[in-house]
Design a protein around this ligand. Structure first.
Ligand code: SF4
Length: 330
């Protein structure tokens, strides 16, 4: 039986930097040259945060390991000017500022070491890393050492050891096949069985973008997405939410098959990973998913609030925003 309601969170989306050591064939986010590279300054960050509206979540994304990227000198110059030495140290500072401004951080900065996860843990309500797929040696990832599934599963496992509420997911249609998708879901299930830390699994369709190597590849058919949600519902434990992004797909049929979350939507910022796909406004979303009700959550799911998987730094905000069931207080 599908839930009677579907959850979402209100966020602001902060791309810390678009400098990335990987070069995925479908990516439009990564900087190709110094001219289009950036590191978001503290001043620009605060300008966004001050207009957060009703958002409770600051979603931080970044290119992976920019210190080792082809544009690393650009990145390091900017970070040193800001008074820091690494992506993690700088983002931690932004997380602290986000908390001061009433936002609960959620970082997805690509592959991090266990020490880096530990450094960020107390200033994050949850963290994330897309597994994407367990299919190794995909053509789309030939220039992306960080997309090695073993490396990504190791980080997801280490987040579990550190009791970090965690988001992961599948990117559907990048060259993997049905069996790969099943293996990916089984791998997520297996790590969750050991640590019980996965709060949601995103089922995200690949969408071709102009000026990328995969511009002429077809996105997955809607029937394929339905199949992935159906299989995810069968494989994943009940407590893990299946998330479908409402700006990239039609959510209602997927909810009927077992999806129960729509992820973060933002009134103030765009989806920097899929900039051509605006998020629906809340009223539009409500009508798209009816008769399912929309229920707002925080970036930390209710059961992790109940388990106390958050730091003293985050406690005042969580107490302010969560109702007795762990959803956003109305
Ligand atoms: S998809 Fe992510 S990891 Fe791949 S190139 Fe783009 S920013 Fe880097």
């Amino acid at each position: 039986m599908p839930h009677k309601y579907v959850t979402f969170s209100r966020n602001i989306f902060i791309p810390v930097t678009n400098v990335c050591r990987n070069a995925c064939d479908y990516c439009v986010f990564r900087a190709r040259s110094r001219e289009d590279a950036y590191v978001t300054s503290v001043r620009d960050f605060l300008n966004v945060v001050r207009h957060k509206g009703a958002a409770t979540e600051a979603l931080f994304t970044a290119g992976e390991n920019p210190e080792r990227a082809y544009l690393s000198s650009f990145f390091k110059d900017r970070i040193i000017e800001a008074g820091f030495t690494s992506l993690v140290a700088y983002t931690k500072e932004l997380c602290k500022l986000a908390i001061q401004h009433g936002l609960l951080p959620h970082c997805n900065l690509g592959v991090l070491s266990k020490e880096e996860l530990e450094e960020l843990r107390d200033v994050n309500a949850s963290m994330g890393l897309m597994l994407e797929t367990t299919a190794a040696e995909l053509d789309a990832h030939k220039n992306s050492p960080g997309k090695d599934p073993a490396v990504r599963l190791k980080m997801i496992e280490e987040a579990g050891e550190l009791k970090i509420p965690f988001t992961t997911g599948l990117l559907v249609g990048i060259g993997e096949d049905k069996e790969d998708r099943i293996r990916s879901l089984e791998a997520i299930k297996s790590v969750h069985e050991r640590y019980e830390h996965i709060q949601e699994v995103i089922v995200q369709p690949f969408l071709p973008k102009p000026s990328t190597a995969m511009w002429n590849r077809k996105p997955p058919r809607f029937e394929e997405l339905k199949e992935v949600v159906r299989v995810a519902k069968e494989i994943l434990p009940e407590e893990i939410a299946i998330q479908v992004p409402p700006n990239l797909t039609l959510p209602k049929e997927l909810i009927e098959l077992g999806a129960s979350d729509l992820g973060g939507i933002s009134e103030r910022t765009i989806d920097y990973i899929n900039p051509e796909s605006p998020w629906p406004r809340e009223a539009e979303l409500r009508s798209k998913v009816a008769p399912f009700e929309l229920m707002e959550r925080l970036p930390i799911y209710p059961r992790f609030i109940k388990k106390g998987w958050y730091s003293e730094e985050l406690k005042p905000l969580i107490e302010r925003y969560a109702d007795e069931d762990g959803f956003r207080v109305r």
